[in-house]
Design a binder for this molecule. Structure first.
Ligand code: GDP
Ligand code: MG
Length: 162
């Protein structure tokens, strides 16, 4: 069985953009509107010889959902289906309260969680990472899903943690 990787994070951090890059498709909807992707989307991805299944959980939000509902659903999905969770955060905004709530839930899932800081194309790696250590999820991966920065490092770490 291929390992299953879930992309988790608040809306608009770039989960679908990362999904599209890793699966080399344009299947996930990418938008400036938070929460546009309504349905859960699965895709195949590969790195070197390894293949895995990626889930974009952005679709778990529906109109009227408040943030805590969204996070609960995302975390539940990740717990049930995933072998590893990619927790995506936004390096441009830094840590926001929703990130802290998600981090708190993910620390208890009993599955490997990899913290991924996106939107870092114009930032020094160390500076981008500094704010996020307090989420208590260890060493973050620093990427730009649009530019492709840090993606191969991310994939190497992911394969190591599976
Ligand atoms: P999602 O809601 O988490 O799935 O986020 P999306 O993938 O839909 O992206 C939300 C917005 O962030 C879009 O306008 C993307 O183009 C933008 N975005 C995604 N990745 C990056 C990145 O690496 N850098 C920058 N600057 N913007 C990004
Ligand atoms: Mg999305």
């Amino acid at each position: 069985m291929k390992p299953v990787i879930a992309l988790v994070g608040r809306p608009n951090v770039g989960k679908s953009t990362l999904f599209n890059r890793l699966t080399k498709t344009r299947n996930a909807l990418v938008a400036d509107h938070a929460g546009l992707t309504r349905d859960r989307i699965y895709g195949n991805a590969r790195h070197d010889e390894a293949e895995f299944i990626l889930i974009d959980t952005g679709g778990l939000t529906v109109q009227g959902d408040d943030m805590s509902d969204l996070m609960r659903k995302q975390a539940e999905l990740a717990i049930v289906e995933a072998d590893l969770i990619l927790f995506v955060v936004d390096g441009k905004t830094g840590v926001v309260p929703a990130d802290e709530l998600i981090a708190k839930q993910l620390r208890n899932v009993g599955k490997p969680v990899l913290l991924v800081i996106n939107k870092t194309e114009s930032e020094q790696k160390e500076l981008a990472a500094a704010d996020f250590y307090r989420l208590g999820l260890g060493e973050p991966e620093v990427i730009s899903a649009t530019q492709g920065r840090g993606i191969s490092n991310l994939m190497n770490t992911l394969m190591r943690d599976l």
